[in-house]
Design a protein around this ligand. Structure first.
Ligand SMILES: [Zn+2]
Ligand SMILES: [Zn+2]
Length: 262
């Protein structure tokens, strides 16, 4: 862990939109009159949450400066929001970054939406905290969605115990055989490779919007896919749409024909 990212991750990664949403929510709901201080319990709590999120996202915090998402950095972000807030100041700030400004402008008149989004992010981090993350997987870079919900989705899929259970249950329901639910191929058979190491992915089917509300996925929440179909389904808008992917595949190859024709 860490090695792969070692030279790539900057010392102070930019604040993500998700982090800024949590901070803005803190700013509005708990400190409408005053500036939060480094010693405020809620500031310390948010700092802890952001550091947890950092660990989930980057695998480790050891590449970052010690003050990564410290209570003081949370306080500073709140000060940035205060500079933009017309109720606090002129609403002008030259020093505030574009992303801070964008988040402020999007949510300042939509406090309900802000609360909703922040709650969703918090729940997702909570449920993710109990999972084992292996984020230095090359697949991660190919999934454009990013974001913490996507990471929970991938964590469910990567958890070895989940994978084993899903494959076992699938085999049982299908007379002892394994195959991709989309293209019907069994890569192990196709390549004549050891079946003790099945070349299958399990794909978590819950829509991303629902992840974070359910703690323990069941085997029914998964599809068994070959690695190719798994990558393909993540390119669809709705990554739970198995039938949609089957339809696409069938309409692009002659019946029973090869997967890809030249
Ligand atoms: Zn497949
Ligand atoms: Zn997936």
């Amino acid at each position: 862990m860490g090695g792969k990212y070692g030279s790539l991750v900057p010392k102070n990664p930019d604040w993500t939109t998700e982090e800024l949403i949590l901070t803005l929510e803190l700013y509005y709901s708990h400190f409408p009159q005053t500036q939060p201080q480094t010693t405020d319990a809620l500031v310390i709590e948010l700092s802890t949450i952001l550091r947890t999120l950092g660990k989930l996202t980057h695998g480790t915090l050891s590449n970052f400066k010690e003050n990564y998402r410290s209570p003081d950095s949370v306080r500073l972000r709140c000060a940035n929001f205060a500079e933009l807030d017309p109720e606090r100041s002129s609403g002008m700030s030259g020093s505030t970054g574009q992303k801070v400004r964008t988040v402020f402008e999007k949510y300042t008149s939509k406090k309900h939406l802000l609360k909703k989004e922040a709650t969703k992010i918090r729940e997702t981090i909570e449920s993710a905290g109990s999972l084992n993350f292996h984020l230095d997987d090359e697949f991660e870079e190919l999934v454009p969605e990013g974001g913490v919900r996507m990471k929970v989705h991938r964590a469910y899929e990567r958890k070895e115990s989940n994978r084993k259970k899903v494959l076992k249950s699938f085999k049982k329901r299908n007379g002892g055989s394994l195959f991709c639910q989309v293209c019907r191929v069994n890569p192990n058979k196709a390549f004549g490779l050891d079946t003790d190491l099945p070349i299958f992915d399990v794909h978590h089917l819950k829509p991303l919007s629902e992840i974070g509300q359910v703690n323990t996925p069941s085997v029914r929440d998964y599809a068994v896919l070959c690695p190719t179909c798994h990558r393909a389904i993540h390119k669809l808008e709705d990554c739970s749409d198995i039938d949609g992917l089957i339809t696409r595949l069938n309409s692009n190859r002659p019946h029973g024909g090869p997967l890809c024709s030249r």
